[in-house]
Every structure is written in structure tokens, then in C-alpha cells.
Ligand binder design. Structure first.
Ligand SMILES: Nc1ncnc2c1ncn2[C@@H]1O[C@H](COP(=O)(O)OP(=O)(O)OP(=O)(O)O)[C@@H](O)[C@H]1O
Length: 228
């Protein structure tokens, strides 16, 4: 599990007068569970893109354990992310036409890392998220089942952090509750730090800490830096 330390973070986009995200300091311990909330346009997806290394800030440090990912080239950030981050997105990012198990294994296959042990882990993870038919094609699954495939895929390479961007937003209440429960349980069992971007209070209230963004700044924090 990876601890996070952010400082002096700022990112702007051309044509915008103000930075879309500015964070002076934010730390999260290894195994910490952070919820990020905020209105549309407040900077939540930008936060995900930065802490997962999909984008680089204009300035600042994003240190996961000993690695400041802002100093890495794009290709090294991609490798770092593949090895360390399990991503779960609102719209699943699954490949239609492929079986559940093949979706779980796809990133490992692309990284030439789909050993027999990894394949066995993919099957075990599908069983743990409650999907007894690993050969089922994902486009025949319910939305809740699809998101459970995405959770299994996120866990495959034993990531130090799981980052979920609105993981329950496109699910009905029952499926959303199940996916939220699985994310929290599996992150704990697998020893991963967890960051969840969500409006879903039933999910966010179960995490250790909640920050709220407005216009790219942290405007509320249930665990101020002084006590974290
Ligand atoms: N590549 C970009 N170029 C220009 N502006 C951008 C870019 N990416 C994001 N923005 C702007 O930055 C602000 C924050 O966007 P972001 O997607 O992080 O918000 P969000 O809180 O995730 O919103 P939502 O909940 O609607 O997804 C918005 O005003 C958006 O228009």
C-alpha cells in the first residue's frame, strides 16, 4: 500500500484565467481511504488524472511512497501506473466481445505479464466479486456485473492504490451499494490505499476522510492536515 504526499500542486489549461486545480498540501497514509467530492467542473477528474499520472501538473510534487511521479517521463509514468494503480471508471472501460476473464487479463496480456499464476488470480478475483461465469461475454452482463469485472481487473496486479472515478454513478442503488462494498472490502483485504471520487454519500461516508473541491480548491476536509 502506498502513502501519498501532494504539495504545491497547480494545473491550468489554455484559455482559462484560473488554474483548474490548486492544492497546497494533502497527505494520505498508506492504506488510507479518501473520498473526493465536489460539483461538476470543480476539478475531481483533473485530480484523478494527476494522482494516477495520466497528466502532469504545471508545478508541484505528487509523491507516492518514494516516487514523485511528476518527475517521470510519460512512458515511465505509464509503466508506474500499470504496476501501481488499479483504476475503476464510471463507464467501466471494458472491451465488448471479450469474456469477463479476458477483460480482467487484458492489461496483463498487453504488459506480457499474464503468467499461469496471474490467470489463476483473475479467476479467483472474479469469484471474489461474485461472478461465477468467467467465460461470460461482458456485453451480456448487467451494469453492476460489468463494474464488478472492472473491480477485479483493477486488483489483478496487486496495486498499491485503487482510484475509482464515480464507480457507482451509472448503477442503480442496489448494484451501486454492492460495488461500493466490494471496493472497500477488497482494498482493505488487498492492502491498497483507496481514493474514490463520488457523489454517492452511502459510499463516501464509509471512507476515513472526505475532501470537497470547489473551483479547483479543497474547501472542506473531514480530517484537516493538522490531525492527519
Ligand atoms: N483539457 C482541458 N482543457 C481545458 N479545460 C479543461 C480540460 N480539462 C478540464 N478542463 C476544465 O477544468 C475544470 C475542471 O474539470 P474536471 O473534469 O476536473 O471537473 P469534474 O469535477 O471532474 O467535473 P464532472 O463532475 O462534471 O466530471 C472544468 O472547468 C473543465 O472545463
Amino acid at each position: 500500500m502506498l502513502p501519498l504526499a501532494l504539495s504545491g500542486l497547480a494545473i491550468s489549461f489554455a484559455g482559462l484565467a484560473e488554474p483548474v486545480l490548486t492544492i497546497d498540501r494533502l497527505t494520505l497514509p498508506a492504506g488510507g481511504r479518501l473520498a473526493v467530492t465536489g460539483a461538476s467542473g470543480s476539478g475531481k477528474s483533473t485530480f484523478v488524472n494527476l494522482v494516477s499520472g495520466l497528466e502532469r501538473p504545471d508545478s508541484g510534487v505528487i509523491r507516492w511512497q518514494d516516487t514523485d511521479i511528476t518527475t517521470l517521463s510519460e512512458s515511465r509514468r505509464d509503466r508506474w501506473r500499470a504496476a501501481n494503480v488499479g483504476l475503476v471508471m464510471q463507464d467501466f472501460h471494458l472491451f465488448a466481445g471479450l469474456a469477463a476473464v479476458d477483460n480482467v487479463l487484458l492489461p496483463a496480456r498487453l504488459a506480457h505479464a499474464a503468467t499461469a499464476e496471474v490467470k489463476a488470480r483473475a479467476l479467483a478475483l472474479l469469484s471474489r466479486v461474485g461472478l461465477p461465469r468467467p467465460g461470460q461475454s461482458v456485453e451480456t452482463m448487467s451494469r453492476g456485473e460489468m463494474q464488478r469485472v472492472a473491480v477485479a481487473r483493477a486488483l489483478l496486479r496487486r496495486p498499491g492504490v485503487i482510484i475509482a472515478d464515480e464507480p457507482t454513478a451509472s448503477l442503480d442503488a442496489e448494484a451501486g451499494a454492492e460495488v461500493g462494498r466490494l471496493l472497500i472490502e477488497l482494498a482493505e483485504q488487498e492492502g491498497a490505499t483507496l481514493i474514490v471520487i463520488s457523489h454517492d454519500e452511502r459510499l463516501t461516508e464509509r471512507l476515513d476522510r472526505r475532501i470537497r473541491l470547489a473551483a479547483g480548491r479543497i474547501v472542506a476536509d473531514t480530517a484537516p492536515e493538522a490531525s492527519s
